[in-house]
Design a protein around this ligand. Structure first.
Ligand code: SP5
Ligand code: ZN
Length: 341
C-alpha cells in the first residue's frame, strides 16, 4: 500500500489551542505525523510519496467560494489589524442572528468557525492545501493502479464543512478524495468515518447527495465534541435521504460494542455497492487517548482493519485524529496491516 504525505504539514503548528479555558499546546501536533511515518517504515511499508499540487476545481465542489476566499485571506487580514497572537474566533453567529459574512476579520473568523479551539497562523493555508493534495493524489492512485492507498493528511479534515472550519480541520480531505473519485468515474463512493469524533463536516457536505454514502461511528454528541451533530436520527435530506448513517456510542465503549456497530456499518456499505470506499481514519478511539472516551486496544485496531479489508472494496484511508502521540504510529499501522492481511 502506498502512502502519500507532505512535509508541508509542519507549516501548521499553532502555539495555542483553547482548551479548558487555557491556551495549551495543541493536541493536534506535528510529531503525530513523525510517529506514523516511523511505524510504517519499521513495518516494511514503502516510503511516503509527495502529492501533486492540489487541483482547486475538485475542492470547489465540496466547499463554498466565500469560505475558500476566507481561508486564503484570513492571516493577511488578521495581520493587518496588528494583532500579536494567532487567529482564534471569538464571537460566533447563533440562534436568531444574521447569517451574513462580516467585513471585519474577527467577524469572519466567527462566521466560518464551527468551533473555537482551532488557531490559524501565517503558514496554515499552505499546510492545509498540501494536506488536501495528499488525499486527492491518493484518490487518483485508487482510480488507476492501486486497490488501496493511505493519505497521511495533517491537518485533518472531517470537521470541515461546506463553509466551516474547526476541530483542527480546514479543508475536508476525505470529502475531496470522494469527490475526486466521483470525477474520475466512480458512480458511488462510501465514506466510513471511524474517528472517535463525529464527522460533522463530511456529513454536512454530502447530506443532500445520494452519490456519496456517509457512515460514522463516534462518541454520542450529547457527551462528545462536536456536540451539535451526529445523532442516529440524522439520515440525510432530499435526494440524500437514507444516505447518512450515524452510530453514536456512550462513554466507556469497548471493542465488543464498537465492532458490532462496525459490522452493521460495513453491511450497509456493502448493500450500497460503492465503486470505492474512503475511510476517515482517526485512531482517537484508543483507550489512552487524552481527549476521547472509547476503550479500543492496539490489537483492536488490527482486528477492525482486517474486518474492513474482508469487504474487498477499493479502499482509501485518509488520516484524521489520534492524540495519544506515542501510540499513534502503532495504532495506525495496525489498521493498515490488518486491512492488508
Ligand atoms: C480531527 C479530530 O479528531 N478533531 C478533534 C477536535 C476536538 N476538539 C475539541 C476537543 C475538546 C476536548 N477537551 C478535552 C480536554 C481533556 N483534557
Ligand atoms: Zn477525532
Amino acid at each position: 500500500m502506498k502512502t502519500i504525505a507532505s512535509t508541508d504539514h509542519v507549516l501548521h503548528f499553532p502555539k495555542a489551542e483553547l482548551s479548558g479555558g487555557e491556551l495549551v499546546r495543541p493536541y493536534e501536533c506535528p510529531e503525530r505525523w513523525d510517529y506514523i511515518v516511523e511505524a510504517l517504515a519499521n513495518s516494511g511499508f514503502s516510503a511516503p510519496q509527495a502529492p501533486t499540487p492540489l487541483d482547486m476545481a475538485t475542492v470547489e465542489k465540496v466547499h463554498g467560494d466565500d469560505y475558500l476566499r476566507f481561508l486564503a485571506q484570513a492571516w493577511s487580514l488578521w495581520e493587518a489589524e496588528g494583532y500579536q497572537g494567532e487567529a482564534l474566533p471569538m464571537a460566533v453567529p447563533n440562534r436568531r442572528m444574521q447569517q451574513r459574512e462580516p467585513e471585519n476579520i474577527n467577524g469572519k473568523l466567527g462566521y466560518f468557525a464551527g468551533a473555537t479551539e482551532t488557531a490559524i497562523t501565517a503558514t496554515t493555508w499552505q499546510a492545509v492545501q498540501s494536506s488536501a493534495a495528499c488525499a486527492q493524489t491518493a484518490a487518483r492512485l485508487l482510480g488507476t493502479s492501486e486497490t488501496s492507498a493511505f493519505a497521511l493528511c495533517r491537518p485533518p479534515g472531517h470537521h470541515a464543512g461546506f463553509d466551516l472550519y474547526g476541530g483542527y480541520c480546514f479543508l475536508n480531505n476525505a470529502a475531496i478524495a470522494a469527490q475526486q473519485l466521483r470525477d474520475a468515474g466512480a458512480s458511488k463512493v462510501a465514506i466510513l468515518d471511524v474517528d472517535f469524533h463525529h464527522g460533522n463536516g463530511t456529513q454536512d457536505i454530502f447530506y443532500e447527495r445520494n452519490d456519496v454514502l456517509f457512515v460514522s461511528l463516534h462518541g454520542n454528541p450529547g457527551h462528545a465534541f462536536p456536540y451539535f451533530l451526529g445523532y442516529a436520527d440524522e439520515t440525510g435530506k432530499n435526494e440524500g435521504e437514507g444516505y447518512n448513517i450515524n452510530y453514536p456510542m456512550l462513554p466507556g465503549t469497548r471493542y465488543s460494542v464498537w465492532s458490532d456497530a462496525l459490522t452493521d456499518a460495513l453491511d450497509r456499505i456493502d448493500q450500497y455497492f460503492p465503486d470505492a470506499l474512503v475511510v476517515s481514519l482517526g485512531v482517537d478511539t484508543f483507550e489512552r487517548d487524552p481527549i476521547s472516551f472509547f476503550k479500543l486496544t492496539s490489537d483492536d485496531f488490527t482486528r477492525y482493519g482486517n474486518a474492513i479489508g474482508k469487504r474487498k472494496h477499493p479502499t482509501l484511508f485518509v488520516m484524521e485524529g489520534g492524540y495519544a502521540v506515542e501510540e499513534i504510529g502503532i495504532n495506525t499501522r495496525n489498521v493498515l496491516q490488518g486491512f492488508l492481511n
